[in-house]
Design a binder for this molecule. Structure first.
Ligand code: 13P
Length: 251
């Protein structure tokens, strides 16, 4: 039985004051039942220690949005997986499409980041997904397959026993146009089948979450799909009430 997961990716939003209000809403509204969804928030790097402190003793976990592939050294502006662990992170988003597109992160560096996160005992949330052009060209499975393959070949299928995969079609991110439940299910199934070719048990236990314009109004139908195990939520995770509704829709 896979426990659903809902992660809020705050992207480059928030302030000390805004975060305090949002976290207060989450703490007051969260359903902490163990059988409910696991809830994670991923604030910008600079707010991580403060958000960890505010959420201490609550069921809400904290993740980072990015990580260096390097263990340490002269890498100005970067933060290592060990540092993220040190400040209390448990999850790390790896390979978000905004990192791939705006910062030229390729499959190889993303695979190294994934391995660095696991090396510290943290849980990577590996993002995969196709652009609109790629979907229209009929290459969704080729693209997602290639993105998975890079990580599988560096880290091995066993590493997916401690990972989460997020299917985020680029055309659905921040556009208000979510993948239909059927479209999401088809790609989630493809991802699970691909992992199953390496290890059926790991594939069966792997949480595959959907991201891309998840809202309170569409979360339930997306999460009702058999291979959709929750969501990675951008814009709607900044609104306490709506994010709580999405968490409740996951279980
Ligand atoms: P939106 O929910 O704003 O579409 O963003 C999705 C996303 O990129 C989460 O990582």
């Amino acid at each position: 039985m896979r426990r659903p997961l809902v992660a809020g990716n705050w992207k480059m939003h928030g302030s000390t004051a805004e975060n305090a209000v949002l976290i207060e809403q989450l703490i007051n509204g969260i359903d902490g039942r163990r059988e409910g969804a696991e809830v994670v928030v991923c604030p910008p790097f600079v707010y991580l220690p403060e958000v960890v402190r505010r959420l201490k003793g609550t069921p809400v976990r904290v993740g980072a949005q990015n990580v260096s592939a390097e263990p340490g050294g002269a890498f100005t502006g970067e933060a290592s997986a060990a540092m993220l662990k040190d400040v209390g992170c448990e999850y790390v988003i790896v390979g978000h499409s905004e990192r791939r597109a705006h910062y030229r992160e390729d499959d190889a560096v993303i695979a190294r980041k994934f391995r660095a996160v696991l090396g510290q005992g943290l849980v990577p949330i590996l993002c995969v997904g196709e652009t609109l052009d790629e979907r229209e060209a009929g290459s969704t499975e080729a693209v997602v397959g290639r993105q998975l393959e890079a990580v599988l070949s560096l880290a091995g299928v066993a590493s997916f026993a401690r990972a989460v995969v997020a299917y985020e079609p680029v055309w659905a991110i921040g556009t208000g146009k979510n993948a239909s439940p059927d479209q999401a299910q088809a790609v989630h199934r493809f991802i699970r089948d691909r992992i199953a070719t390496g290890d059926g048990k790991i594939a069966g236990d792997l949480r595959i979450v959907y991201g891309g314009s998840v809202k309170a109004g569409n979360a339930a139908e997306l999460f009702a799909q058999p291979d959709v195990d929750g969501g990675l939520v951008g814009g709607a995770s900044l609104k306490g009430d709506e994010f709580l509704e999405i968490c409740a829709a996951a279980g």
